[in-house]
Design a protein around this ligand. Structure first.
Ligand code: FAD
Ligand code: SF4
Length: 512
């Protein structure tokens, strides 16, 4: 009799191209589990849970079509023990396997759980790579060995050379590594933005199942029209749509925001990539190829800007995660401790920028990068919210949120809770920046120009208050520039009025 292996596949390991699937299917059985331990460790957006379960079910069907046997435990399956370890223990107890195997988890929590299980079980096991990322877990630590700060740009250039992306021999194409100066414009008034590409699926059955199992979720869903791509083919269609319809304007309007426009020129492929339905290299190559065959018309600044997000930021954040976990999850450089205001879960705030960013997050489980960084994240940092609260919100609400990429972006880039490992300065702004990059301020209850008094925009006083209260930690940061000289020049009364105004707002965040 042939020996049999139990191969465990987690919900974010849906890589159809993995070498495992080339092995003789009679030598292994796959185990996939929808479990309460995953739906309940944080309050997830309902669309996020539905997207994961749909993607997993389609993936399992694909494997079965290839002749691979899959034990798939739905959330409401009576056999389901509702966490990975208990399910694996049970299957190994009732069926006869000579070995079990799993793919390297991307989350520290699951990595630890499966390591502990391997040590406990009296059965040979194997751990395989997910064959998805372009760097190994430890590559970033090696690259920055002995350094206090990890400069993303240095890592990115190393990766460009390693994978020969946008290179001309040993040099970057057209002589520059970075074209950011040409990017990041605000949107012209008359611009025609292509309608977002969406799909349509009926998902009532999963919604009912979640309700029956009393899974507490956040956000909204239309069970008759689920819009997210959940198969490899659909994600490849999203990528084509991006490359053909959106890429040319991606760089220009990467940081722009507009009322009612929820995805602008962004690709919306983060879910597909994070669950590994599509791989980073095929995404990068597709975009580079579009530029190589049409370099006169496709702006290099857009292509380079997009590739930097994936080859640079995405791989870099994963490297930071594995270099710094588990301590990273405890970092709180500023010692912030406030609770998130209740309107983060309802969108019911008079601040138009926050209402737009939060309501679209509740509607679609999505906000683009600058909304996450410079609207919700900016507010949370200025208001001194506990990074644990901020992390839990981001980890729950976004369809693409998996801890390795969520925590490094939220706690690191957005909340500066790591004291400057990921970002060289805190990403905060007053109303000025928000007004420059969006049309949110027009028609807002608050007045973008006012710093104090009735209807003064909260971002203005909170901004100065933030720098004032963290002077000891930030004054020597050379990247902060004009802030402290301006604060120092401010008349005593003006400063006091600003601090008082901020104090009023901080005393009643729920009322904003
Ligand atoms: P596009 O703007 O079209 O960019 C293309 C791709 O580049 C993305 O799909 C993503 O894979 C990658 N990318 C871009 N920026 C980053 C970044 N900073 N870090 C890593 N990859 C990046 N991304 C997640 O995938 N999951 C998260 O949980 C997540 N949480 C975030 C929290 C905060 C506070 C911030 C500021 C950013 C977060 N990001 C996260 C990064 C980024 O906002 C999303 O990757 C992006 O908005 C996804 O949408 P898109 O596919 O349309 O991206
Ligand atoms: Fe946001 Fe202030 Fe502008 Fe209103 S005025 S949209 S609160 S930045």
């Amino acid at each position: 009799m042939k020996s049999k292996t139990l191969r465990v596949v987690l919900g974010d390991q849906l890589n159809e191209k993995h070498s495992w699937w080339k092995d003789d299917p009679s030598t292994y059985i796959v185990l996939m589990v929808e479990s309460l331990s995953e739906t309940n460790y944080v309050w997830h957006h309902i669309q996020k849970v539905v997207a994961f379960f749909l993607a997993m079910r389609h993936f399992a069907e694909k494997l079965e079509k290839k002749g691979i046997e899959v034990i798939y435990l739905k959330l409401n399956d009576d056999r389901n023990k509702q966490n990975f370890s208990d399910n694996i223990r049970e299957i190994l107890k009732v069926s006869s396997f000579d070995k079990w195997a799993y793919l390297l988890p991307d989350e520290y929590r699951l990595d630890k759980e499966l390591k502990e299980l391997s040590a406990e079980l009296d059965l040979p096991f194997e751990v395989a790579d997910t064959e998805h990322f372009l760097s190994e877990r430890g590559d970033l630590s090696k690259h920055f060995k002995g350094k206090k700060t990890f400069m993303m740009e240095s890592f990115y250039r190393m990766m460009r050379k390693k994978y020969d992306i946008l290179m001309d021999g040993d040099e970057p194409v057209r002589g520059h590594w970075n074209f950011d100066k040409e990017n990041r414009k605000s949107l012209p008034k008359d611009v025609k933005i292509p309608a977002p590409k969406v799909f349509s699926r009926k998902v009532q059955e999963i919604v009912d199942m979640l309700e029956k199992k009393q899974v507490k979720t956040i956000g909204r869903i239309d069970p008759d029209c689920f819009i997210w791509p959940v198969t490899r083919e659909e994600n490849l269609q999203m990528l084509d749509f991006f490359a053909n319809e959106l890429l040319d304007n991606f760089g220009n309007y990467q940081d722009a925001m507009k009322k009612g426009e929820w995805s602008l020129y962004h690709a919306r492929i983060s879910f597909g990539m994070n669950v590994k339905l599509i791989g980073p290299l095929e995404v990068i190559q597709k975009v580079e190829e579009r530029w190589r065959i049409n370099s006169k018309n496709v702006p290099l600044a857009a292509v380079e800007g997009f590739i930097r997000q994936i080859l640079g930021w995405r791989e870099y954040m994963r490297g930071v995660y594995w270099a710094k976990m588990p301590d990273y999850a405890e970092l709180n450089f500023f010692g912030h401790s406030r609770k998130l205001p209740s309107w983060f879960w309802t969108g019911e705030t008079k601040m138009q920028c926050l209402s737009q960013a939060i309501n679209q997050s509740l509607d679609y489980a999505y906000a683009h990068h600058i909304q996450r960084l410079m609207i919700t994240g900016n507010f949370a940092l200025l208001a001194g919210i506990d990074p644990d609260e901020v992390d839990a919100w981001y980890l729950g609400i976004y369809i693409d949120a998996i801890e390795w990429v969520e925590i490094t972006n939220t706690r690191g880039m957005s909340q500066y809770a790591d004291g400057g490992l990921v970002g060289t300065k805190p990403y905060v702004s007053s109303a000025n920046y928000i007004d420059k990059m969006s049309d949110y301020c027009s028609g807002c209850h608050y007045d973008k120009k006012k710093k104090v008094g009735d209807k003064a925009c909260p971002f203005n006083s909170l901004y100065w208050n933030f720098y004032d209260r963290h002077r000891d930690k930030l004054e020597d940061n050379p990247r902060i520039g004009f802030v402290y000289p301006t604060l120092n020049k401010m008349k005593g009364d003006d400063r006091a009025e600003l601090i008082e105004q901020a104090g009023k707002y901080l005393g009643d965040l729920d009322g904003l």
